[in-house]
Design a protein around this ligand. Structure first.
Ligand code: C5P
Length: 299
């Protein structure tokens, strides 16, 4: 491949089917027990040879993504160059569909994609395990977005065990106006629950995934951060109520929110639910996405 051809990587969003939050650790993170699930709502990150490192952002919510040194995709590229000795020269272009600050790990997805894209561009020869170690240094969700699928996450969410489950599910994602700050949602959780809270156990979600039973999975969806997200964004209570009343098998705030994820009973039911949520006026926009899907891959 000529050096000037861009490497394009497609990366999914995640929803947390279960998020149990434990104690706040001395490093400021919380121990979690979470079930991460990659869904078919994708950002595309391309890396092209260029002088130095730069990033441009287009697509949904592009205006609120920083393009300075704090950009997580740029930090991923720099970390990979430092680690491998590659010349840190790449023009990154992020094309966003994953909502920014929406609880769907959009920034982490872009970091995972940037690792894969620059690895391809610079031909670093990194192993999968090596990329995972770099990913964990960039953020708790970044390792999962390299893999995709469904995984049990422990530690701060970055220690992953693959979850084998049956079937594919249809998710209706209710997007909110504006984002929520993950540290603020965790801080609100500590105020509501105390810093020594016990994490809710993931077994009901894991059992439902083993059988592939939509009704059981819908009933098992759980997020310990949901009361904190709803306290900071009271209108989410109406969104969650509407989705459940409109026939979703279950609904939950995704991660730190404010996106709400509803499990539909079928693909057709998902399309109907999406339309009904819009006409109820309980969200800014909706997306229908299948899960699980694979992680960051060269397109
Ligand atoms: O790992 P990441 O950079 O995505 O985390 C963002 C913030 O979310 C952390 O700085 C921390 O405040 C909070 N967090 C946490 N416990 C976790 C994951 C994230 O407290 N397990």
């Amino acid at each position: 491949m000529p050096a000037s051809d861009p490497v394009r990587v497609r990366v999914p969003a995640k929803v947390n089917l279960h998020l149990g939050v434990g104690r706040r650790r001395p490093d400021g993170y919380h121990d979690v027990v979470t079930v991460l699930h990659a869904v078919g709502l994708f950002d595309v990150v391309s890396a092209q040879a260029g002088p130095g490192l730069s990033v441009q952002v287009g697509g949904e919510g592009a205006g609120s993504v920083p393009v300075d040194g704090s950009n997580l995709a740029l930090r991923a590229a720099r970390l990979l160059a430092e680690h491998t000795g590659a010349d840190p020269a790449a023009r990154l272009m992020l094309n966003k569909s994953i909502p920014v600050a929406g609880g769907m790990a959009g920034g982490s997805a872009d970091a995972a994609a940037a690792l894969v894209a620059c690895d391809g561009l610079w031909r670093t020869g990194m192993t999968r395990t090596g990329l995972h170690a770099l990913a964990a240094r960039l953020g708790s969700d970044v390792p999962f977005l390299l893999d995709g699928g469904t995984a049990l996450g422990t530690g701060r969410g970055d220690v992953l065990t693959r979850v084998l489950g049956r079937g594919s599910f249809t998710w209706v994602l209710a997007l909110a106006d504006g984002g929520l700050s993950t540290p603020e949602v965790y801080a609100q959780h500590d105020r509501l629950r105390g810093e020594r809270a016990e994490p809710a156990p993931p077994e009901p979600v894991l059992a439902a995934l083993r059988t592939g039973d939509v009704a059981a999975l819908g009933a098992a969806l759980h997020n310990d951060l949901e009361p904190a997200a709803v306290a900071l964004r009271p209108e989410l209570a109406a969104t969650l109520r509407a989705g459940r009343e409109l026939g979703a098998a279950g609904g939950v705030v995704s991660g730190s929110g404010p996106t709400c994820a509803f499990l539909a009973r079928s693909h057709a039911a998902g399309l109907d639910l999406a339309a009904a949520l819009m006409s109820e006026g309980v969200c800014r926009d909706v997306r229908v996405a299948a899960g699980p899907v694979g992680g960051a891959r060269v397109a």
